[in-house]
Design a protein around this ligand. Structure first.
Ligand SMILES: O=C(O)c1ccccc1NCC(=O)[C@H](O)[C@H](O)COP(=O)(O)O
Length: 216
């Protein structure tokens, strides 16, 4: 079985960043202000962690901002390699982000819920560098945008991966016990996880090691 890239999300210190890289992470997720979720840290800390990470490891700013000026303002506080947009934005705003931040990679999260998610992913794949398929529900009163610890319908994720030509990351409830099945089923470019490698909110070295041993 091929080995996809691994993004470890919800990194909350330089020490956690170092640990994730030591075990084989290609990308780190740094979670900005969100309506809910376990991994949120403040922007000053995101900037400090991002600055400490060597190339070629990618740093993803997770932003819940939905207006293009707010996304740009958020990005300029932290200077990551990549912006992960976790909510819906206007399609025209992708072009603005490209022209204002030409060196920054754009990743759009699609919350995989039903057939409409497939249509949405296919359309948005024309505007961004990668799609990240996650669990969650942006339609709730308090939006649930990620870090749920739950899996979703991988058949839909497989359909999306097979329908688009840009890299797809799979996220949502991935752990050492289901990761091989998830990879075999969806065949993603990368996998992304937060909850299953933590204990009381902190990155847990033994869980991290067990996950990377499993994935190979
Ligand atoms: O972790 C959070 O607090 C969070 C909140 C809102 C959006 C995304 C969030 N986490 C970032 C991620 O991309 C997670 O890695 C992804 O949702 C998977 O999380 P998990 O199911 O806990 O592995």
């Amino acid at each position: 079985m091929y080995r996809p890239r691994v993004k470890i999300c919800c990194i909350s210190s330089k020490e956690e960043a170092k640990m994730a890289i030591k075990y084989g992470a290609s990308a780190l997720g740094l979670v900005g202000h969100m309506p809910s979720g376990p991994g949120i840290i403040d922007d000053a800390l995101i900037g400090q962690i991002a600055m400490s990470v060597p190339p070629p490891i990618a740093t993803f700013l997770l932003t819940s901002e939905t207006k293009v000026d707010d996304i740009i303002r958020h990005y300029k506080k932290v200077n990551t390699t990549t912006i992960q947009i976790v909510d819906t934005i206007d399609k025209n705003d992708y072009q603005t982000l490209r022209s204002e931040l030409p060196h920054v990679k754009l990743v759009q999260v699609i919350h995989v819920i039903d057939d409409k998610s497939v249509k949405e992913a296919i359309e948005i794949s024309n505007y961004v560098d990668a799609i990240l398929l996650d669990s969650g529900n942006p339609n709730l009163a308090i939006k649930e945008l990620g870090g749920t610890g739950r899996t979703h319908n991988w058949d839909l994720s497989k359909t999306i991966r097979a329908s688009i030509s840009i890299p797809v990351f799979l996220a949502g409830g991935l752990n050492k016990d289901n990761i091989k099945q998830a990879i075999a089923h969806v065949e993603p470019f990368g996998v992304d996880l937060c909850s299953s490698v933590r204990t009381n909110g902190k990155l847990d070295e033994s869980k991290l090691r067990a996950f990377f041993e499993e994935i190979g």
